[in-house]
Design a protein. Structure first.
Length: 407
């Protein structure tokens, strides 16, 4: 199996770090030897870190998209890219930055993950991808499958936003809206019957794809390249893959001798569920919780995974929850700063604001809030219509005065 520039050497269990597996095939259902009736443990990709060249990785280079710059510390990038990554850090107030992942090719952070998972599908010779997704993950998987010449099957929910439905179909995906609880059983059956490569979770507690979170590490690399080491990072959290990837990226920087510590990485979940907060509070590797009503559909997860627990505990972070009101406040604040985000994507800033006077001390370094996706992905975006105005100054003036503009 060709590895190009990758220093990846194998896969390692997060449930028992002494258990190692070959790099191929990717383990898409977690560690096969540590799972129990109640919890499944993920695996991660291991690397020959002693062969890495930190100076070369962070040498000045043209700012361009594509994960190739970080190839030594990623699984083999066998699928063609779409210019993912290299997203901007926007300073919205002194010392507080937003890492705007909506600037990726399909307008979400999932492009970093799917560059790696689609590469895995190419590496094992799969005819296509299969994914269960509420929106972002499916759209990204469909785009990267199309780029690689692969088919893509997307199981999604019955209330899929029309904009996202159109997005998925534009890439030629087979889109299958089904009841939420049916998505994963049907995904598993499709994988078994058709030989498609699963890029979504297949286990009772979340393990996900072995290669996927490796793509998210590059967010940490880019933050460090742009502003150095932050004091804290606030991450919108559903199943915890993004959270884990950001934490692992900073942990690797320390391992390579580029930093002497890891910033606190805080998970920011929807208060309508909050399985990671439950797991952390109760000392569990993962938790399952009921999901209440919420418009933050991208992060209202019923189950967590062990990756999230490792990231929060390993960084000394907090497991925060934010409600829809706090998310909407943060979304409006971001819009006033010129950033249109999905409601779920505002969870990072909402988590920071929820701390009030307990926010991180900026003298220890800047704070970064990850924003994961564009406001285009929200439900109800297609229903907003601005009422036409008559083409005369009296009507225009009334509209301007109603908006608080006088002169």
């Amino acid at each position: 199996m060709p590895t190009e520039d990758s220093l990846a050497t194998g896969q390692r269990s997060l449930g028992d770090h002494t258990l190692a597996y070959p790099l191929w095939p990717p383990l898409t259902a977690g560690c096969p030897r540590t799972g129990t009736e109640d919890v499944d443990y993920p695996v991660e990709v291991d690397y020959a870190y002693d062969r890495a060249d930190p100076a070369g990785l962070f040498a000045p280079a043209p700012v361009r998209g594509g994960l190739e710059r970080w190839a030594p510390l990623l699984p083999p990038l066998l699928a063609p890219g779409l210019g993912e990554g290299a997203t901007p850090l926007v300073e919205i107030e002194p010392g507080v930055y937003v890492k705007d992942e909506s600037r990726n090719p399909t307008w979400s952070h999932k492009d970093r993950l799917n560059r790696c998972t689609t590469s895995a599908a190419v590496g094992v010779g799969a005819p296509g991808l299969a994914v269960a997704s509420s929106g972002n993950h499916g759209a990204s998987a469909a785009a990267y499958a199309a780029r690689a010449g692969l088919r893509c099957v997307v199981f999604t929910g019955p209330d899929l936003p029309p904009n996202v439905d159109a997005f998925l179909n534009a890439y030629g995906a087979v889109v299958l809206p089904v009841p939420w609880e049916a998505r994963w059983p049907l995904l598993r059956r499709t994988v078994d019957r058709l030989g498609l490569h699963p890029v979504s979770n297949l286990t009772a507690t979340h393990t996900g794809h072995a290669y996927g979170p490796e793509g998210y590490k590059t967010i940490a690399y880019e933050i460090f390249r742009d502003i150095g080491l932050p004091s804290a990072v606030f991450v919108p959290t559903g199943y915890g893959e993004l959270l884990f990837g950001v934490w692992k990226g900073f942990a690797e920087l320390r391992r390579l001798g580029l930093t002497d510590r890891v910033p606190r990485v805080h998970s920011c979940e929807s208060a309508a569920s909050g399985p990671l907060a439950r797991a952390v509070a109760e000392g569990l590797p993962a938790a399952r919780v009921p999901v209440g009503p919420s418009d933050a559909y991208s992060i209202a997860a019923p189950v967590s995974g062990y990756r999230g627990v490792l990231a929060v505990r390993g960084s000394g972070g907090w497991a925060l929850t934010v409600d829809d009101r706090q998310l909407a406040d943060a979304q409006r604040e971001l819009a006033r700063a010129g950033l249109w985000t999905e409601l779920s994507s505002a969870a990072g800033l909402a988590g920071l604001r929820s701390l009030g006077d307990g926010r991180p001390d900026l003298s220890e370094g800047p704070v970064v809030c990850v924003s994961t996706s564009s406001g285009f992905k929200d439900k109800g975006v297609d229903t907003h219509r601005t009422e036409p105005v008559a083409p005369d100054w009296d009507a225009v003036g009334r509209r301007l005065r109603a908006a608080g503009l006088t002169g």
